[in-house]
Design a protein around this ligand. Structure first.
Ligand code: HEC
Ligand code: HEC
Length: 325
């Protein structure tokens, strides 16, 4: 908190930021694009929504009793409030993304949805709390973001009115400067370029957001992807793993095949055989989503992870008992 308050004092002497405080975030008008809902786009959008970017993981009702908190049937995209144990500054709600006109996105234009996803601005112009990874999604290509919209439009409408997030001061103030317009076309990287494509997938999959330890909301310098960030639910705690190529404490010894096998190892779980969610297996790593990554995409992610700086950092991902909340 000290750091945040320090930042706040700094900000309050700056006229420009004072203006942002009064006027809200920097926004651009949403584009007037009308997304053609082709079967290819719906399929690609489903893959991005359910697998690569795990939108469903935050925006759906999930069953906290079962391993990896599977999405509850009929609640896909219907929105969800985060428990207070998650430790966010305020009460954070991931809104309903289904086409329900009252409680979902039914009345939004395609351009408004695209702006929310990539620029972090809601329909009424307010800044979104950056747990929504819009800073990552700013890099989502024009074609991919249109595919996500095409898929969202195909979801069954679920009526589920939820309160809006309420973010505590001073974060509510500081986050006004986070949204940034995406004002130039965004091309998808060439899939044949494994490293570029793997970097793209890691950005959309927000690997770094979970795998980099944060202090007071800020990534600790030099610890990129070195793990140790804590995630909690009542009586449960898990720390993210070190996925840098460090030989001893990261995944430096993993072959490409071992990396693929780790994800595919979750393939046989289904609704009827998922174990209970207990401290020994608790994880928020989106295994149930990421196990559906194509082998090609897993290879690209592996290629990318080989290039990051190895960081020596031993992480015990499963403390025997969750620390006090
Ligand atoms: C880590 C969690 C998380 C992930 C992953 C995530 N979101 Fe969100 N999203 C949120 C939260 C939380 C909010 C609301 C923030 C707020 O209220 O300030 C939000 C807001 C939104 C909004 C604005 C809705 C409104 O009513 O203002 C849209 C649209 C949206 N997300 C779409 C997506 C899509 C599409 C994806 C995947 C490409 C995605 N989100 C991935 C957490 C997430
Ligand atoms: C919502 C948070 C979250 C996101 C997003 C996330 N991870 Fe994880 N990940 C974790 C946690 C927590 C663990 C440790 C517990 C476990 O193994 O499930 C983990 C474990 C792993 C492991 C196992 C490492 C080991 O030593 O066993 C790999 C590999 C991995 N993540 C890769 C990735 C990649 C690649 C991405 C992005 C495409 C990613 N993760 C995104 C939270 C996350």
């Amino acid at each position: 908190m000290k750091r945040l308050i320090g930042l706040f004092l700094l900000a309050s002497i700056s006229g420009a930021i004072g203006w942002i405080c009064l006027r809200g975030p920097v926004t651009a008008a949403p584009s007037a694009v009308v997304v053609q809902r082709t079967p290819e786009r719906v399929a690609r959008g489903k893959y991005l929504y359910e697998v690569v970017a795990d939108c469903t993981g935050c925006h759906s009702g999930r069953n906290g009793e079962k391993f990896n908190l599977p999405v509850i049937a009929g609640r896909n995209g219907a929105g969800s409030a985060f428990p207070k144990e998650a430790g966010f500054p305020g009460s954070i709600v991931a809104p309903n993304l289904t086409p329900d006109p009252e409680s979902g996105l039914g009345k939004w234009t395609d351009g408004e949805i695209i702006r929310a996803i990539r620029e972090g601005v809601s329909r009424d112009g307010h800044a979104l709390f950056p747990l929504m990874p819009y800073q990552n999604f700013a890099k989502m290509s024009d074609e991919d973001v249109q595919s996500v919209v095409a898929y969202l439009r195909s979801l069954p409408a679920v009526r589920n009115p939820l309160p809006r997030s309420s973010v505590d001061f001073p974060v509510s103030f500081l986050m006004q400067s986070t949204p940034q317009p995406v004002s130039t076309p965004v091309a998808a990287p060439d899939r044949a370029d494994r490293l570029a494509y793997g970097t793209y997938l890691a950005t959309l999959g927000a690997c770094s957001n979970c795998h980099t330890r944060r202090e007071k909301g800020e990534a600790v310098a030099g610890m990129e992807l070195a793990g140790g960030e804590s995630f909690r639910m009542p009586k449960l705690e898990v720390l993210s793993a070190n996925i840098t190529p460090d030989i001893e404490t990261g995944i430096g010894k993993w072959s490409e095949q071992q990396f693929i096998d780790k994800f595919k190892g979750f393939a046989n779980f289904n609704e009827s055989n998922l174990p209970a969610n207990v401290q020994a297996n608790f994880t928020l790593m989106p295994w149930l989503s990421f196990r559906q990554l194509s082998e090609d995409d897993l290879r690209a992610l592996y290629a990318y992870l080989r290039t990051v700086k190895p960081v020596r950092n031993t992480v015990h991902t499963h403390p025997i008992v969750a620390s006090e909340i």
